[in-house]
Design a protein around this ligand. Structure first.
Ligand SMILES: [Zn+2]
Length: 139
């Protein structure tokens, strides 16, 4: 669906992504799919560490910004640093949402929501698919 590129550093063909990723990873990361709530690996994880992009390995989020949103997906109130992710307006499914993608490889991560009243420093919820992330636990 997307043209390769969009300013990303890691650019691979659709065929390469299909070979490297599992079908589930491919569907979420490269086709902007969504894993079912409460089924992912990390929605309930409290382990400390750094969450990297499952597709390219770029470090995107840390456990310090992860919070318990009870929404069924890993939720963060901020990325590891500005510039690690990029934002796109998403008007699919009859909703106005902001899609979050990995800035390095342009893979789909999830969406970010604002002003929901969560008691976090930003009142933002980066609602990210577990399958888009890989947790490297702190030693
Ligand atoms: Zn990536």
């Amino acid at each position: 669906m997307d043209r390769p590129g969009n300013g990303a550093e890691v650019v691979k063909s659709d065929q390469e992504w299909r070979q490297e990723l599992t079908p589930e990873e491919y569907q979420v990361l490269r086709q902007a799919g969504t894993e079912r709530a409460f089924t992912g690996e990390y929605w309930d994880t409290r382990q400390e560490g750094v969450y990297s992009c499952r597709a390219c390995g770029a470090e995107l989020f840390t456990s310090s910004e992860k919070f318990d949103s009870h929404c069924g997906w890993p939720s963060f109130f901020a990325p590891l640093a500005e510039g690690r992710v990029r934002y796109l307006r998403d008007s699919t499914l009859g909703m106005e949402r902001v899609e979050v993608r990995c800035a390095s490889c342009d893979s789909h991560l999830g969406h970010v929501f604002e002003g929901e009243g969560y008691d976090t420093p930003t009142d933002q919820r980066y609602c990210i698919n577990s399958v888009s992330l890989k947790l490297r636990p702190t030693e």
